[in-house]
Design a protein around this ligand. Structure first.
Ligand SMILES: [Zn+2]
Ligand SMILES: [Zn+2]
Length: 132
């Protein structure tokens, strides 16, 4: 059964075939700024399986660790970031887990833990990746 997530105002809808088994937390400084949060919570879905509806806008985030621009896509109206397509995950949409009502499955991996804020503890059982 497909799963659909929406932005804050509901204009943008992201539909995927099913919710992946696990999520990935990114602790990079750009996710901290873009999401106004300690980290971003994401699911990885093959780009050809992602249906995007509604008016979006994309900002190419430069100065990334990979050195390649990371397109971050958000709702034109309310600004909710719905996904990004960073080069290291080529061929996939990194969809923001918070847009789904059922929220995301438990994290299986944490990346860019070199930037983890001191009050955030590693999630037990999740693979820890210091850079990327
Ligand atoms: Zn919106
Ligand atoms: Zn990040």
């Amino acid at each position: 059964m497909t799963v659909t997530g929406t932005c804050l105002c509901g204009d943008v809808k992201i539909t995927i075939p099913s919710m992946p088994a696990g999520s990935i937390l990114c602790h990079c400084t750009h996710c901290q700024i873009a999401h106004g949060s300690a980290f971003s919570s994401n699911i990885v879905v093959s780009s050809d399986q992602v249906i995007v509806e509604g008016l979006t806008k994309t900002y190419i985030d430069t100065g990334t660790v990979s050195g390649q621009g990371n397109p971050r896509t958000f709702c034109q109206k309310c600004g909710t970031i719905v996904f990004s397509c960073p080069a290291p995950f080529k061929g996939n949409h990194i969809i923001k887990a918070g847009i789904f009502k059922d929220k995301a499955p438990c994290p299986v991996k944490e990346i860019m833990t070199c930037n983890r804020l001191s009050y955030i503890k590693p999630i037990v059982g999740a693979e820890q990746v210091e850079v990327m």
